[in-house]
Every structure is written in structure tokens, then in C-alpha cells.
Design a protein around this ligand. Structure first.
Ligand code: HEM
Length: 536
């Protein structure tokens, strides 16, 4: 027997690895020292395994339960730790603690992801990338759960399950993994004119980034900042990569995915571990109700941007990623971002996609992370003091201390537990809301093509060609000609060069009439509008 920890020795037919040197002794979960981790307990040397082998049973039991459900979207992701540094006080705009002091550093955890592929899918898919930031501020966790594209496919969260069903593998055959390149996805998109602007972005080079380090990030929705006097300003949030914005071409993406499907995670791992820390600057577009009222589009419509020429982006701080997680599962897999995690000085807008998201994340995480106590997992717990009366449930780690676990209570001092504070606590912005309860979409959400056209026109010729090529490639995989025709009908509304280029590439004629989606869907009962789209 030797002391050298790595040595495995055999004596008398038994195999052992001995503790020693730097290495601690192996124990069970109960702390019982283990003598033999190579052989289960059996009767004689060739007899049956014995049920009383508690070490074997504990080890296999735990292994059998190692997998948790992958995220229903954004299943494949990679994350890093870092910090956010505030450049200057923004106290005129917001009372959010994170923005009060110049130079303040706030710990951050950021997870990048693809959307449609499953956990084992390739990094270079043509897809939107998630850009989720958890800021552990001194007044609670603020999660900015964004993407690398500033707009989204749909205007109302009630369409999210349909969008994602259409984008993920088709249910009878369970392929393809790719978001695009299949009939279901393009069928849904061709019946959803509000998606056309986002489709321009996802068919552009933005959807095949060189690596996570070379992507922009966007909060997408309009949010509010509220200052200490209660004044509200609207904002859009941007993350601008100091590394620059870079993409690969489609042939490069295909080659990289084949050769190294972990290319994006390897890139982040290598960069951070070699001290080349990626940085993004946080930018805010700040505007008020007057601008919102005068803007051609609705600031609550998540399929639209606010052009930077109209409202310039003010740089307010920087995000630096400087440390990889110690353990992928514990941190990257178990992190729970949630749009509802906001802090005093920040508030939601009425964007109907955001309002729906605020419900969805908690709900899905309850299942994915096995119960209501996933905020007790260190990666999700705030780093500021927190006290509340929520208790029990599976895996409870932080039950309230003291006698009282209810409020109001009249127990004095520490026994009484925490108290609310109307001065410093979170207050929702008292926006005035009126109107009948109804299922409608505002007229102001109805122009689906102008910004798609602006995006196409803003691209260089090479970039425009890439969009045309991407659409030709994707639509050529669509088996049903009527779906392709309906998509061409939308492209006519966007730009002639685009529509003609795609029709040529597909060897098809443009339809005589554009897809009749110009009528605002709001002017028609939704069922009529859909039937026009389906039947022409
Ligand atoms: C996950 C962004 C719309 C439901 C995510 C993640 C990101 C993200 C970045 C990954 C979080 C992580 O890294 O763990 C967005 C953006 C949206 C959007 C930018 C639109 C602007 C929606 C909508 C819904 C939704 C409308 C539902 C109504 C979900 C769910 C997850 C998720 C269920 C999985 C969360 C988990 O299991 O932890 N989203 N999303 N998302 N999103 Fe969204």
C-alpha cells in the first residue's frame, strides 16, 4: 500500500484507492468514511449483491436522479461571473441603488444561450441568442433577461407556446433541431405578419455570431426608471460589446458546427481563463411620454426598435466577465433568471409580451428546479441581506428565525422578525390605467413591415445578399409550396430587391398579390384576418 493519492493498488483480489497527501477521505453523504468504492457488497466473491449495501444504494440512487428537465427554451447555454461598474450617478433618473454611486461595482452572473436547440445542440445554429444578466444589487437581484436581437417575433405572450412549438422539432418526427429550416416554423411565421421584422434580423448575420463575446445584448422591452421624486422615464437597455460586433458566414457556421459544436462555450472558457475578459457597455435610450406619443410606432410593441438616431444611446456603465463558474450544473444550469426580478427605481411597462413573461419564468422554474425554494440555491440567492416569512417546501434552507412567521405580529424585537418600510421599500409606479376588459390588440401595433424595410435598407449590399441567401436556403427546405408563396407575399411588402432575390433563388414567381396582411389585424376579428392570410 502506498501513500501516493493517485495510486490504485490491488491486494488479494481487492482494489483500493487510499486517501492521503492533499486528498481527503471519501465518505458517503452521511459522512461515513468509505473503505472500498470499487466493489459492491456481495455474498462470497461470485454471489448476489446484498441489499444492505447502503453505500452502493446511495451512490446509484443519486446518480439515477442527476438529470433535471432542460429549459423549455434556451436549453443550451454558457455562463460566467463578473461585475457591473457604474460610470456616473444616475440619481436624476432612478433611485435604483446600483446607479447611485460612480465607480460602484456590483457582482453579476451572465448566461448566453441559443433558443430553439436542445441542451446538446450545436453552438453555431442560426438562432437568436439569449443574453441574460443577473445583477446582485444591494437592494435585491435585478435580472435583465434579454437577447442579442432588439426585437421579438410576437407581440403578445399568449402566442409564445405556438411560436416555440413551431420553432422546435416537429412532434411526429422530432427533427429538425434548427429553429428555422422547416415547414412548421415557416408556416407559423407566414401566418404571423408581426414576425416579419424579427425574421429580417434572424436571417441576417446577427443570428450567427462569431462568439458570445462579439454580440450585442438588448432588454427588448420598454422598461421604466423611477427617481426618488417619483418621476418616471421610459428606457430601452443595450449591451454594446467592447470587442466589437462580429459574425461568421453561413458556410463558416456549418463548418464550425461540424468540427466543434462547443465552439462558443470553448471560446468564452478560453478567453476568460487566459485573462482576456470580455466587456460590454450598458447603454440606455431614455425617453418620456411625449416622445412615446409622438413616435410612429408603439413603444410597448416588442417587435419594434426605437432608432438610435431618434433617441441616442447613453453609455452608463460596463459589464466585465472575469471568472468561469466552478461547476456548470450548480451555477449555469441551476441559475433562474426572471423578468419579474426588478429592484426599487425600476419598473415594468405594459408591453404585453413582458407582462406574460413575468408570469412564465417563475412558473417554469418551479418545475425545472424542483419546488419553490430554488432561490435558496447560492447562484440565485441575493447577496444583500434578506428577511421574509416564506417557509418550508422541498429543500428549504432558510426558514425564518424566531417565533413569529406571520405579519402583522406584536412580538417585540428580533422575535417579531422583519417589518415592511413604506419609505424605502419597492413601490410600483402609479400609472393610470383605464379601459374595458377585452381581447384586442391596439391599432398602434399594426405596422409590421416599415421597420423590416428600414432594417433591410440599413444593411450593406453584402449583408443584404446574406439575408437573401439565408431566406433562399431556409425556404428551399420547406416542402409545401403554398408556405413559400405566402412568405414571398410578405417579402413583397418589405423590399422589391429582397422579394425578387428570394423568388429567383427559389426558382419561383412572385405571387400576383402580396400576402394580404397589410390590413391591421386589429381592424378585423382575428379569425377573419387569419382566414384571409390562409386562403388569400
Ligand atoms: C428563458 C429571453 C420571451 C418564457 C429565456 C432566457 C432568455 C430569454 C435569455 C434564458 C435564461 C437563462 O439563461 O436561463 C427572452 C426574451 C424574450 C422572451 C428576450 C422576448 C423579448 C419569452 C416569452 C415567454 C418566455 C414571451 C413566455 C411567455 C421563457 C421560459 C424560459 C425562458 C419559460 C426558460 C426559463 C428557465 O427554465 O429558467 N428567455 N424570452 N420567454 N423564457 Fe424567454
Amino acid at each position: 500500500m502506498t501513500d501516493t493519492p493517485r495510486d490504485t493498488v490491488s491486494s488479494g483480489g481487492e482494489t483500493h484507492q487510499s486517501a492521503g497527501g492533499e486528498r481527503p477521505q471519501l465518505t458517503t453523504q452521511q459522512g461515513v468514511p468509505v473503505a472500498d468504492d470499487q466493489n459492491s457488497l456481495r455474498q462470497g466473491s461470485r454471489g448476489p449483491t446484498l441489499m444492505e449495501d447502503f453505500h452502493f444504494r446511495e451512490k446509484i440512487f443519486h446518480f439515477d436522479h442527476e438529470r433535471i428537465p432542460e429549459r423549455v427554451v434556451h436549453a443550451r447555454g454558457y455562463a460566467a461571473h463578473g461585475y457591473f461598474e457604474t460610470y456616473d450617478s444616475l440619481s436624476d433618473l432612478t433611485s435604483a441603488d446600483i446607479f447611485q454611486r460612480k465607480g460602484e461595482k456590483t457582482p453579476a452572473f451572465v448566461r448566453f444561450s441559443t433558443v430553439a436547440g436542445n441542451k446538446g445542440s450545436g453552438d453555431l445554429a442560426r438562432d437568436v441568442r439569449g443574453f441574460a444578466v443577473k445583477l446582485y444589487t444591494q437592494e435585491g437581484n435585478w435580472d435583465i433577461v434579454g437577447n442579442n436581437i432588439p426585437v421579438f417575433f410576437i407581440q403578445d405572450a399568449i402566442k409564445f407556446p405556438d411560436l416555440i412549438h413551431s420553432a422546435k422539432a416537429e412532434p411526429d418526427r422530432d427533427f429538425p433541431q434548427a429553429q428555422t429550416a422547416h415547414d412548421n416554423f415557416w408556416d407559423f411565421i407566414s401566418l404571423t405578419p408581426e414576425a416579419v421584422n424579427m425574421v429580417m434580423w434572424t436571417m441576417s448575420d446577427r443570428a450567427i455570431p462569431r462568439s458570445f463575446r462579439f454580440m450585442e445584448g438588448f432588454g427588448v422591452h420598454t422598461f421604466r426608471l423611477i427617481n426618488a421624486k417619483g418621476k418616471s422615464s421610459f428606457i430601452k437597455i443595450h449591451w454594446k460589446p467592447k470587442q466589437g460586433l462580429q459574425s461568421v458566414t453561413w458556410p463558416e457556421a456549418v463548418a464550425i458546427n461540424g468540427a466543434d459544436p462547443d465552439f462558443h462555450r470553448r471560446d468564452l472558457w478560453n478567453a476568460i481563463n487566459s485573462g482576456d475578459f470580455p466587456e460590454w457597455e450598458m447603454g440606455l435610450q431614455v425617453f418620456d411620454e411625449d416622445f412615446a406619443d409622438s413616435f410612429d410606432f408603439d413603444v410597448l410593441d416588442p417587435t419594434k426598435i426605437i432608432p438610435e438616431e431618434l433617441v441616442p444611446v447613453q453609455i452608463v456603465g460596463r459589464l466585465v466577465l472575469d471568472r468561469m463558474p466552478d461547476n456548470f450544473f450548480a451555477e449555469t444550469e441551476q441559475v433562474a433568471f426572471q423578468t419579474g426580478n426588478i429592484v426599487p427605481g425600476v419598473d415594468f411597462s405594459n408591453d404585453p409580451l413582458l407582462q406574460g413573461r413575468n408570469f412564465s419564468y417563475l412558473d417554469t422554474q418551479l418545475k425545472r428546479l424542483g419546488g419553490p425554494n430554488f432561490n435558496h440555491i447560492p447562484i440565485n440567492a441575493p447577496k444583500c441581506p434578506f428577511h421574509h416569512f416564506q417557509q418550508d417546501g422541498h429543500m428549504a434552507m432558510h426558514n425564518p428565525k424566531g417565533r413569529a412567521n406571520y405579519e402583522p405580529n406584536s412580538w417585540p424585537g428580533a422575535e417579531g422578525g422583519p417589518r415592511e418600510d413604506p419609505e424605502t421599500g419597492f413601490k410600483s409606479y402609479p400609472a393610470e390605467e383605464t379601459g374595458p376588459k377585452q381581447r384586442v390588440r391596439s391599432e398602434t401595433f399594426a405596422d409590421h413591415y416599415s421597420q423590416a424595410r428600414q432594417f433591410f435598407v440599413s444593411q450593406t449590399k453584402v449583408e443584404q445578399d446574406h439575408i437573401v441567401d439565408a431566406l433562399v436556403f431556409e425556404l428551399s427546405k420547406v416542402e409545401r409550396p403554398d408556405i413559400r408563396t405566402r412568405m414571398l407575399g410578405h417579402l413583397i411588402h418589405v423590399h422589391d430587391d429582397l422579394a425578387n432575390g428570394v423568388a429567383d433563388g427559389l426558382g419561383m414567381d412572385l405571387p400576383d398579390a402580396p400576402t394580404p396582411a397589410r390590413e391591421p389585424i386589429t381592424d378585423l376579428p382575428a379569425s377573419d384576418a387569419l382566414s384571409i392570410l390562409k386562403n388569400g
